[in-house]
Design a binder for this molecule. Structure first.
Ligand SMILES: Nc1ncnc2c1ncn2[C@@H]1O[C@H](COP(=O)(O)OP(=O)(O)OP(=O)(O)O)[C@@H](O)[C@H]1O
Ligand SMILES: [K+]
Ligand SMILES: [Mg+2]
Length: 701
């Protein structure tokens, strides 16, 4: 592996954040209407079978039921009713937070559903076409799509080339090319064919299509707790248990202090709810959903929250070259014959080797020889008796054997090896021709033949590809985030170096087979790196599956999309910047709100304990540093604050804590300081304020 160190750009001020042009509109600002709209869903979530998934909030639900029961037993006691009411509100606010987060995907889900309904498929059966509903398609079915048709399901193009409007899924109106044979063969159900005719082999069953998965995702239905969330939930549940035991042991003291049985249970329940980490318990699901939602709005579909979290810690990004760093539209632009060989002879050989080569490269050779050398005629038939050698990423060659004539074209090293294996000569200027193409970032394909004179090289095909726009600045940004970028390619080292330099990646690996791509990821992982891989081709699939974060380009093959755990609808290899930022933001937000929640409970302790024991142990009044009006008012203020703080923090949970690429660690520490301290101070102020307001009410204070 050799190293390229591109000069750093001066545009260091660039930050990530706002959605990029072309990405989806957001869920809109958070406001009271959103709360109101989410209310029915929040009420439905009061179902104990749903609530039990969050142990902290389940305890609050039980507390609400118990205090309501006690209030019913003594209906004239306003205090019991007030506590019960606020405990119900606490539970409801928690559900509202989750429902609001989910609600933001609803409109988008509706739009996606619109793309799916009522599609009629033209299925090929026994050479004839029949019309069946799109939902009746099975894996392996062949369907025809012509200009104007909606693609009825996910699949691979097995015949033809077409331009496709994918805006229903990507929100991007520019049509894209889908063609058989190469790495741009995948089509998605719900998109529309704009021109020409393609035959598609269906690769996913009904109900499992990309569109179905996207709908499930934006609705939050496909959400599972991540391992991190589960770990945090266990921690929160343990804390809850500790506080539960502590509060239960307080009961005899409370009774001793003069409270009657019912009042003591109401007060102790209030104390328990205030002490357990309700803030984070209530906001945890919303934080996770909002993180996924932020990605969807940046046109990234993540299969799991786990992948999003992993993205927050990525340290190495591996990128496939063709179709990822470059546009992947690799076409033959010129032929260069070696000295002593006529241009026509090279053109005929190159053409013959490509007649059955279904890759875009192969087809482009056929087109070039027609256009520039006048070869081929309408109705031309492929020669009979030919044995075609299909291209593979492992051999890096393709060609044909025909009546004692053999033609091969492919990567320089492979074709040279093929010629030398028979002792044949490699023309002196062949390498120079190939190198000149490679140094300019093109891909040279050597063309060689074997006939009665043995094997020899005839010349070179120049394949041209274009590096996607804006790569350099974006890779520089990844570097600032502490992420090393490595381009891996099956192409030769010279081409790889030229493209790596142009794109501005840190490093590259050339002539990599799919096995070597996989091995490289394993090696990085063994060294403790968290690896992201971005790719589009079938030969990238193993690596995409092995990577901690595998981002498939939407333009890629279905194999790649299946293997990865994310799909970028914009096919932008630098989208990882946004993905990492979202992951980090998710982790930082969760950390900050957990800190806030735990710190937040300390002040409530100071509000309630003195109130609880004020009569029996006047010395405890020293703890009443807040000078709250009365024991009832103190307890109620704490409960009210505990409920309101959830609603107050919903916008932050949805939007996420601000994240800037530089110094994520420093930011985490800073946030812990801010949210820890804020968590300590806020309730002192908040509870005092609520207490003041309450004391204005007649009968309290
Ligand atoms: N149709 C073809 N016939 C013969 N040789 C080909 C053909 N297509 C590509 N090659 C050669 O095989 C090499 C490897 O191709 P492969 O598709 O595995 O990798 P790549 O697309 O160049 O790189 P990447 O892995 O970045 O996508 C190419 O660099 C080229 O030299
Ligand atoms: K609490
Ligand atoms: Mg590729």
């Amino acid at each position: 592996m050799s190293t390229v160190t591109p000069p750093r750009t001066s545009r260091d001020a660039a930050t990530t954040g706002g959605p990029r042009p072309g990405s989806r509109p957001g869920g809109g600002p958070f406001g009271p209407e959103q709360l109101l709209r989410a209310l029915p869903a929040a009420l439905r979530k009061l179902d104990p079978r749903v609530m039990v998934k969050s142990p902290v909030m389940f305890v609050v639900l039980v507390g609400s039921v118990v205090t309501t029961g006690l209030a019913l037993a003594d209906p004239t006691d306003w205090f019991g009713w007030a506590v019960a009411a606020w405990l119900w509100l606490t539970t409801l606010f928690a559900n509202l937070a989750e429902a609001v987060a989910e609600g933001r995907g609803k409109a988008q889900a509706e739009a996606l559903r619109g793309a799916r309904t009522g599609v009629v498929a033209r299925r090929l059966a026994g050479g004839r076409e029949e019309r069946v509903p799109g939902t009746g398609l099975r894996v392996g079915d062949l369907v025809v799509c012509e200009a104007g048709d909606v693609v009825p399901g996910d699949g691979d193009v097995v015949e033809g080339v077409a331009s496709v409007d994918e805006s229903a899924i990507t929100g991007e109106s520019a049509p894209v090319i889908r063609e058989s044979g190469g790495d741009r063969s995948a089509v998605t159900g719900g998109t529309r064919v704009l021109s020409d005719r393609i035959v598609v082999r269906i690769t996913t069953g009904p109900g499992e299509t990309f569109l179905d998965r996207m709908i499930g995702l934006v609705e939050g239905a496909a959400r599972h707790k991540t391992p991190n969330e589960t770990a945090l939930n266990i921690l929160l549940a343990s804390l809850t248990l500790v506080f539960l035991l502590a509060v239960v042991t307080l009961k005899p003291f409370a009774v001793h202090a003069g409270a009657d049985d019912e009042t003591s249970v109401i007060v102790l329940t209030a104390l328990l709810v205030c002490l357990i980490p309700t803030t984070i318990g209530a906001l945890l699901p919303a934080i996770g959903i909002a993180g996924m939602d932020r990605l969807v709005r940046r046109n990234v579909v993540a299969g799991s929250g786990r992948a999003v979290e992993a993205a927050g810690d990525v340290s190495t990004l591996l990128l496939d070259k063709t179709g990822t760093v470059t546009l992947g539209d690799r076409r033959a632009v010129a032929l260069r014959a070696v000295r002593g060989v006529a241009g026509d002879e090279l053109a005929r050989a190159a053409r013959l080797s490509s007649l059955a080569d279904e890759t875009p490269e192969g087809r482009s050779v056929v087109t070039l020889t027609e256009r520039e050398y006048g070869l081929g005629s309408p109705g031309e038939e492929a020669p009979a008796g030919a044995r075609w050698v299909a291209f593979s990423a492992r051999t890096r060659m393709s060609g044909v054997d025909l009546d004692g004539l053999r033609v091969r074209k492919g990567a320089t090293a492979s074709v040279v090896a093929w010629v030398e294996e028979s002792g044949g000569p490699v023309a002196g200027d062949a390498r120079a021709l190939a190198d000149r193409i490679a140094e300019a970032g093109g891909t040279p394909l050597l063309v060689a033949v074997e006939d009665v004179r043995g094997r020899r090289v005839l010349g070179v095909v120049h394949l041209k590809d274009v590096v996607k726009e804006g790569m350099r600045e974006r890779f520089a940004e990844l570097r600032r985030m502490g992420i090393r970028t490595v381009m891996i390619t099956g192409d030769n080292p010279l081409t790889a170096r030229a493209v790596a330099e142009e794109a501005g990646v840190d490093d590259f690996l050339a002539e990599a087979t799919p096995e070597e791509k996989l091995a490289l990821i394993r090696r990085e992982q063994a060294n403790g790196q968290l690896v992201a891989m971005t790719g589009d081709g079938t030969n990238d699939a193993p690596a995409l599956a092995q990577a901690d974060v595998g981002v498939a380009m939407n333009t890629g093959t279905s194999a790649a999309k299946e293997a990865g755990n994310m799909v970028d609808l914009d096919s932008d290899p630098t989208k990882l910047i946004e993905i990492v930022a979202t992951g980090k933001q998710l982790l930082i937000t969760r950390g900050a709100l957990t800190t806030f929640s735990l710190a937040n409970d300390v002040a409530k302790y100071f509000a309630i304990i003195p109130a609880l024991f004020a009569a029996a142990y006047p010395s405890l009044d020293r703890l009443n540093i807040m000078g709250l009006a009365s024991p009832e008012s103190a307890i109620l203020s704490a409960v009210i604050f505990n409920a309101l703080i959830i609603v107050a923090l919903v916008p932050l949970a949805l939007r996420g804590v601000r994240y800037r690429p530089a110094g994520a660690d420093r930011m985490l520490r800073r946030n812990l300081g801010v949210y820890g301290l804020g968590g300590l101070v806020a309730p002192f102020l908040g509870i005092k304020l609520i207490d003041l307001l309450l004391s204005l009410l007649p009968g309290i204070g």
